[in-house]
Ligand binder design. Structure first.
Ligand SMILES: [Zn+2]
Length: 237
């Protein structure tokens, strides 16, 4: 459902939640409100009205960014880590690359003449470390819950899939770009791939593995596939 507040089109999604949640989404500053089911349109309009200043500010941030499809790893671009948006600040040094965070800034230190590809490669390795650390927590958790154990897992940069599973070797691959998404999404993909160890397709039997352990899995799946950022069409491997 859409409402219009001060010439801004706002997508309203009613959900079983207690509080309203307002988002301004990249790349073009689309506005979305998640609202409790029973809240009236008037109340939502009022709420959005009080946030107009913030919405404007967020949209300006997006406009200042270079187009997402032409990522150069320069200051001002967005960097997502576990669903949180940071703004890249590139600094130069010859003492080694680093990526550190301060408030909403992601400070990437690289050699001045490094290319976009070299910077991306460094950032991807950094994502891989983040993913490894979280998978070390969540894979054993979901193996224990489901009683389905894989023989091992590996991260891989993929542009079309979030995860994949070889049912013969019982090995799982996870897209390292999952480290850009909220952590619930990683948990969902882990559960999804483990479920394939029992059921190869996505039929009712498969759903029956997911449902009892993660009743909200469809929401998480949706979260994973919406606001696709730029990454799924990147040609970097
Ligand atoms: Zn699947």
């Amino acid at each position: 459902m859409q409402i219009v507040v001060s010439n801004i089109s706002v997508e309203v999604i009613r959900k079983d939640i207690k509080n309203m949640h307002l988002s301004v989404l990249p790349p073009d500053g689309r506005v979305r409100v998640s609202a409790p089911v029973r809240l009236t349109d008037e109340a939502i309009t009022m709420f959005v009205r009080t946030k107009l200043g913030w919405i404007k500010k967020q949209r300006e941030k997006f406009q200042q960014q270079p187009r997402q499809s032409a990522r150069q790893f320069v200051s001002g671009e967005s960097l997502y880590v576990w669903g949180r948006q940071y703004f890249l600040q590139v600094e130069y040094s010859y003492k080694g690359n680093s990526l550190v965070f301060s408030g909403d800034k992601a400070i990437l230190t690289v050699r001045k003449e490094s290319t976009a590809k070299q910077r991306e490669a460094f950032v991807n390795e950094w994502y891989r470390e983040q993913l490894k650390r979280e998978v070390a927590k969540y894979l054993p958790k979901w193996e224990k819950i489901t009683g389905l154990y894989c023989s091992g897992w590996q991260s891989k940069y993929m542009t079309t899939k979030w995860g994949t599973c070889n049912t013969n070797t019982r090995k799982i691959w996870l897209n390292l770009q999952l480290a850009k998404k909220p952590i619930e999404c990683l948990e969902y993909v882990i559960l999804h791939e483990l479920a394939h160890l029992k059921v190869k397709n996505h039929g009712p039997e498969f759903v029956a593995v997911l449902d009892p352990h993660m009743p909200q899995w469809q929401e998480r799946k949706k979260l994973l596939n919406e606001s696709k950022l730029d990454y799924m069409d990147s040609n970097f491997e």
